[in-house]
Design a protein around this ligand. Structure first.
Ligand code: NCD
Length: 309
């Protein structure tokens, strides 16, 4: 069965559990394939456009890596300044142009809803690599894949989401994916950066257990997985407010060892100061393995929407 052929990947809420499981299975297969050989030829002759109007390291490079590993090629730009956006071109005109060149589009843009806007005019499938403080579905899928890899399952897990839950698009997409699983979410944020209440209400009405607190230590003690996030500086209108909140939660090795030594520690990265570097050498610090998983998941998404798998 071809699950996602021709579809856009815009929002964590668009998937059924069956589709999510399909992506995980395909990612597993690609992981195994790449153990035997450096690349495949499934996407030979196809072009991915990577349009990054906002800074990125992992999302852009892992999309590019994924396409190359599948045997395809990549075009694109990595800043709005180096594209005609800087001359005043609209997003829609840029997309209509790129649609004439490429078979599939991965994009990141500062505006909420931009990927949806692009998908409305593109014939090529559009993969949302982050639309402002909106959604980041490919990251959410690789996060779920990482929980599954690290813990062997998702059902039954207590997952602590900590940091900027108001502006963080990875957690906005993530909760839409977790709602298909029997897990419990503990949301840890300062009052000003809480997960929007309408999202929490919707998750609860879907049957998901959600607890909210400002106390990280308390949440750590109950968690199987800790998902730390960066305070999203670029989304603050008032720089003084960012300065006040940027040190809200800092995970140290001492805290992990004292409270929950075996908790799986994840982070979408980039990290600023939320996890001290002495945590990195713990065997349960999973964030760089998480980075690697991004390639398999994006390979799975590209191959699926292109109808190759
Ligand atoms: C995240 C993003 O850009 O939303 N990073 C990522 O894609 N790996 C998280 C962040 O920027 O804090």
């Amino acid at each position: 069965m071809v699950y996602l052929k021709g579809k856009d990947i815009l929002d964590g809420a668009q998937f059924t559990r069956e589709e999510i499981e399909h992506i995980m299975t395909v990612a597993d297969r690609f992981r195994q394939d790449l153990e035997d050989k450096p690349g495949l030829d499934l996407m030979k002759g196809y072009l991915l456009a990577a349009l990054f109007f906002e800074p990125s390291t992992r999302t852009r490079l892992s999309f590019e890596t994924a396409m190359h590993r599948l045997g395809g090629n990549v075009i694109g730009f990595s800043s709005a300044e180096s594209s005609s956006t800087s001359k005043g071109e609209t997003l829609v005109d840029t997309i209509r142009t790129v649609d004439r060149y490429a078979d599939i589009i991965a994009m990141r843009h500062p505006q909420i809803g931009s990927a949806k806007e692009a998908a409305a005019v593109a014939n090529a499938p559009v993969l949302n690599g982050g639309d402002g403080a909106g959604q980041h579905p490919t990251q959410a899928l690789l996060d779920l894949y990482t929980v599954r890899q690290e813990r062997g399952k998702v059902d039954g897990m207590t997952i602590v989401l900590c940091g900027d839950l108001k502006n963080g698009r990875t957690v906005h997409a993530g909760v839409e994916i977790y709602k298909h699983y029997h897990c419990k979410l503990i949301m840890v944020a300062p009052e000003q950066l809480k997960m929007p209440s309408e999202i929490v209400a919707r998750l609860r009405s879907h049957g998901l257990q959600v607890e909210e607190t400002a106390n990280l230590e308390e949440a750590l003690a109950k968690g199987d997985v800790l998902y730390m996030t960066r305070i999203q500086k670029e989304r603050f209108a008032d720089p003084a407010e960012y300065e006040r909140l940027k040190g809200s939660y800092i995970l140290t090795r001492e805290m992990v060892e004292r409270i929950k030594p075996d908790i799986t520690i994840m982070h979408p990265l980039p990290r600023v100061n939320e996890i001290t570097t002495d945590v990195d050498s713990l065997s349960n610090a999973a964030y760089f393995r998480q980075v690697g998983n991004g390639v398999f998941i994006r390979m799975a998404l590209i191959a699926s929407v292109m109808g190759k798998i």
